[in-house]
Design a protein. Sequence first.
Length: 277
Amino acid sequence: MTDTTAETTLVSDIPNPPAQSPVGNVAWWKRLPEASMADVAPGSILWSEMMPGGTHWSWRIQRGRALRFVAMDSDVNLSMVLYAAHDKLERYNMPDSLKAQHTAHYSTGHVLMSDMGRAMASITHDTLGWHDPLGLLLDNNRMLARYGEKRYQTFRNGMYRSGKDGLLTEIGKHGLSARDLVIGVNWFSKVSVDEQGGFVYHPGHSQPGHWFELRCDMDVVVAVSSAPHPLDTRTAYSPGRIGIVARHVGVAAPDDVCRRFRPENARALHNTDMFHA
């Protein structure tokens, strides 16, 4: 199925930041919902950005910095993979992270662990209570079957992008390839498991103004896609916008909520602290 119309709702009117202002200028990040930034000291902000739906990006983030992600629309999804900046052979490990923390979802206190047993990033704040860590990712075949096709040649920035293609594009910028695409996290989405063992997607889970903050416990390469969750029940390709704020928060303190959440988390953070000692 191919949509041949020239109109699209995905062409964004999000402006570029003012060239004459620093990346952390107040007016730029104050576009986010006031409640989502109420606890943030302006002096801690390094930069902010507005990510349109269906796009992708990546950053190298230093230890002691945090990324705050804010839902600007309903039912947003943010697929993420992480790699250690010092050696990208060390990367986020979903099975170890879930097994160590005895969980099938992420929220405040949980830690994203590497395959070396180190804490890569920690969820220090969360207003949803459930994020999907089970690793499903929208690929081109599923996207075509559900939404049809809109190619760049015709629709430019209104093209349809899959989460898998977006993440492959981003990790490629850091010298990685398809063999390096690990199982990631789908932030803002909720997927549970029914009595028959099948995945159940919960529409309406995230609403505008929901947010969470991810502290980087080591220097990491973070790649994200805002394409829809593969189990999204909507029949139209309508991924939402996500606000992003990077800020300085420092490393995990002795009484840190994630360090105290489980003994396994304390060990993972200890391993990372030893690496950086």
